[in-house]
Design a protein around this ligand. Structure first.
Ligand code: C2E
Ligand code: CA
Ligand code: CA
Length: 396
């Protein structure tokens, strides 16, 4: 969409700043601009023509109705409009409102610390219409029966996303991520089916498919001279089964792979009902030689307590601490201290969600050993992975 066709709403109580924003937008070529001096006015504009607004530029600190409340009301309308936040307040606060905005389901283009320059505005406006659809609205739930049937029809397969060594610049392994190759819907991501399979007690079936196919792929890479590890996600529900470790070992060895070549990633959760049994399983997997990785570290249940009681070999720092860490000093601090702690505990550490060169540089600077994310590569089918790995060269 051309900037001249976009419709803007500028909510800013400070008249001089509002005029500055409007002039900056006009300078960029905008023709349709509505102005509001507080949240109430902005909401009135919005309610008059909710479909007619593409981008809202919103100050946080306004009298009567502040930016936060305005954003909440806008979120409740389920709008397709995007938001740019502007504020003179500190970065941590803006960061928190960014999270809030996304949690209200609004497409956030970014935040600008005042003064807003035309360049800063233009960079964010460019993002409009390029982001992924909102997760909640993106896809209607797929009927459970269809998911269960897909297991029998073997429509699930692993995609592989590389893990690379930041220092040596080498590919060291890949994480297997489940994809459902749906005959009509196309490629369906795991959040559409994992929960259902867990609730129906069928997640183990998927786990066996993933372990088997991933072991086969990894054994093939090794035959082609790529000495890589493969990581597979384990559902905490699977840890209730005392035969788990033997089953996985058998599958892996049948494919000609050693347990030490496979890493099992675990996010501890409330679903881990029988803690003693889970610990027994994890200890047994470790004894057999599998690597154990604590996934989503820093979120929910993946905490320091788990680090102390489970014999992990690797820590995966959740992407919420990694993506854009350079621009969010708090994330940076948490990232850096998690890396430091992992190294002191003798664990490998993987930063997930490396999306940009800035993320990559930041991780190198603070001494992270391994990285994974879209900046390196998106998850890809097994058939593409070898060529990708052979051709890859690290960013200098
Ligand atoms: P996860 O284990 O934390 O996997 C990482 C997720 O982040 C993947 O999403 C991956 O595609 C995505 N990702 C990778 N790089 C980036 C990046 O730079 N930026 C962003 N924003 N995202 C990135 P995916 O494939 O949709 O998987 C979602 C979750 O589903 C996984 O999160 C994992 O918890 C679960 N899952 C996937 N496959 C399996 C499986 O075979 N078994 C089980 N039990 N769970 C699985
Ligand atoms: Ca994982
Ligand atoms: Ca993760």
């Amino acid at each position: 969409m051309k900037l001249s066709e976009m419709r803007f709403l500028v909510a800013e109580d400070h008249e001089f700043q509002r005029k500055t924003l409007v002039r900056a937008l006009q300078g960029l070529g905008a023709l349709h601009i509505l102005e509001a001096a507080d949240g109430h006015e902005a909401l009135a504009c919005f309610h008059n023509a909710p479909q007619a607004i593409d981008i809202i530029i919103c100050d946080l600190d306004m009298p009567n109705m502040d930016g936060m409340e305005f954003i909440r009301h806008v979120g409740e309308t389920g709008t397709k409009a995007s938001i740019i936040l502007t504020s003179a307040l500190d970065r941590n606060l803006i960061s928190s409102v960014e999270t809030m905005t996304q949690a209200y389901g609004i497409n956030l283009l970014g935040a600008i610390e005042k003064p807003a320059t035309p360049q800063k505005l233009q960079d964010l406006i460019k993002r409009h219409g390029t982001s992924a659809p909102r997760p909640a609205a993106a896809q209607a739930a797929i009927p459970e029966a269809e998911i269960v049937e897909a297991l029998d029809k073997a429509q699930f397969e692993p995609f592989f996303q590389p893990k690379v060594d930041l220092v040596k610049g080498e590919v060291v392994g890949a994480e297997a991520l489940a994809r459902w190759h749906h005959p009509q819907r196309g490629m369906v991501p795991p959040n559409a089916f994992i929960r259902v399979l867990e609730n129906k007690g069928l997640i183990d079936k998927l786990t066996w498919i993933m372990v088997d196919r991933s072991a086969a792929a990894c054994a093939a890479w090794r035959r082609q001279g790529l000495s890589l590890t493969v990581s597979v996600n384990l559902s905490p529900k699977s840890l209730d089964d005392p035969a788990l470790a033997d089953r996985i070992t058998e599958l892996v060895q049948k494919r000609g792979l050693q347990p030490r070549d496979m890493i099992l990633e675990i996010t501890e959760s409330a679903a881990m009902t029988d803690v003693a049994r889970a610990l027994e399983n994890l200890a047994r997997l470790r004894v057999k030689g599998f690597g154990l990785s604590i996934d989503d570290y820093g979120t929910g249940y993946s905490s320091m307590q788990q680090l102390a009681r489970i014999p992990f070999t690797e820590l995966k720092i959740d992407q919420s601490f990694v993506t854009d860490a350079a621009a969010h000093p708090q994330r940076g601090v948490m990232l850096e201290s998690s890396i430091d702690m992992a190294h002191k505990l003798g664990l490998k550490v993987v930063a997930e969600g490396v999306e940009t060169r800035a993320d990559w540089n930041q991780l190198k600077r603070i001494g992270c050993s391994l990285a994974q994310g879209y900046f390196i590569a998106k998850p890809m089918p097994a058939a593409e992975f070898v060529d990708w790995a052979l051709e890859w060269t690290p960013p200098e």
